[in-house]
Write a protein that binds this ligand. Structure first.
Ligand code: URA
Ligand code: URA
Length: 293
């Protein structure tokens, strides 16, 4: 692939995420050089060889696995964005009036009761194609909650969230900030798998969200980590692209919420590893201060 192809692929990925303008968040000049293709020295195998020797000799381990780099001071976001607060209003609901589903879910007083209701749910058609429901899994006392998009094939087969390739990466991401999976609770916006892993439809999100809202109401997390566009946009009730939502502290009904890229997106675009690393560190710091650590 030549430089132009790579740049085009990069821009297509940004577009796929709903970004209209080019925001080079988390991209160093080096990263960008890699994308556009740094000049290659004659005989050299890789563009790397064209860089100053100091950098060539320092292989870069995946950001997820390396020890904490010095905190990166981001420019303060505009105050309107920083102050973005979702105001609680009675039974937690997504999109307009309090739905029947939201009212029903608000009567489920344990996580197991929510899981049972999910297993029996026919509020959208996804139950017809799914194998198992995937309500969520983890420590019922967890104060750190990860919210993803929807079950994939492995999750559908096992009934457990984030157990495929993206799940393995999520485990590593959590371990990088000293969380074990047993310490946290992991769930998704959708509790049944969309056929072929297609994107969730708005009606499915509306039908399924009351379960997520009730899980969060029961767990009372100190921090929510929203993984990817669907989780972020659903919880924050916004259409803002993920590139603008990540890297700051939002509020979900008063609970600090940090947005980061979806692990599956990281598998496709390693350039997002570094911003993800910054986001999970931010989430961990917020968790520690909210938990009195
Ligand atoms: N992707 C998700 O969003 N959730 C899962 O549970 C697995 C993959
Ligand atoms: N799409 C998502 O859902 N999440 C990402 O992080 C990137 C693309």
């Amino acid at each position: 692939m030549d430089a132009r192809d790579r740049l085009r692929q990069y821009l297509e990925q940004r577009k796929e995420m709903g970004e209209q303008d080019l925001v080079l968040d988390g991209l160093s000049v080096e990263d960008l050089m890699k994308i556009v293709g740094a000049p290659v020295m004659p005989g050299a195998m890789q563009p790397m060889a064209a860089r100053p020797p100091a950098k060539v000799s320092r292989p870069e381990p995946p950001p997820i696995e390396r020890p904490a780099p010095p905190p990166i001071e981001r420019p303060a976001p505009p105050s309107a964005a920083a102050a973005k607060v979702v105001v609680p209003s009675g039974p937690i609901d997504v999109g307009g009036s309090v739905s029947e589903g939201a009212r029903a879910a608000s009567h489920l007083v344990t996580l197991d009761a929510v899981a049972n209701a999910i297993a029996a749910c026919k509020a959208c058609s996804l139950w017809t194609t799914a194998t198992k429901s995937v309500p969520g899994h983890g420590n019922p006392q967890a104060k750190f909650v990860c919210v993803g998009e929807a079950p994939g094939a492995t999750e559908d087969a096992t009934g457990l969230p984030f157990v495929g390739r993206a799940g393995d990466l999520l485990t590593k991401i959590l371990e990088a900030v000293q969380f074990k999976r047993e310490d946290v609770f992991i769930c998704n916006v959708l509790k049944h798998r969309p056929p072929g892993n297609r994107n969730p439809e708005p009606a499915e999100i509306a039908a399924c969200s009351p379960f997520l809202m009730q899980q969060l109401a029961l767990l009372k997390p100190h921090v929510i980590l929203a993984l990817g566009t669907f989780a972020a946009q659903t919880l924050l009730q916004t259409k803002e692209p993920i590139g603008r939502l990540r890297g700051q502290i939002h509020r979900f009904h008063g609970v600090p919420l940090v947005v980061t890229y979806h692990p599956a997106a990281l598998l496709r675009n390693p350039n997002w590893k570094r911003p993800t690393w910054e986001d999970v560190q931010l989430a961990r710091r917020v968790f520690d201060s909210a938990s009195g650590a």
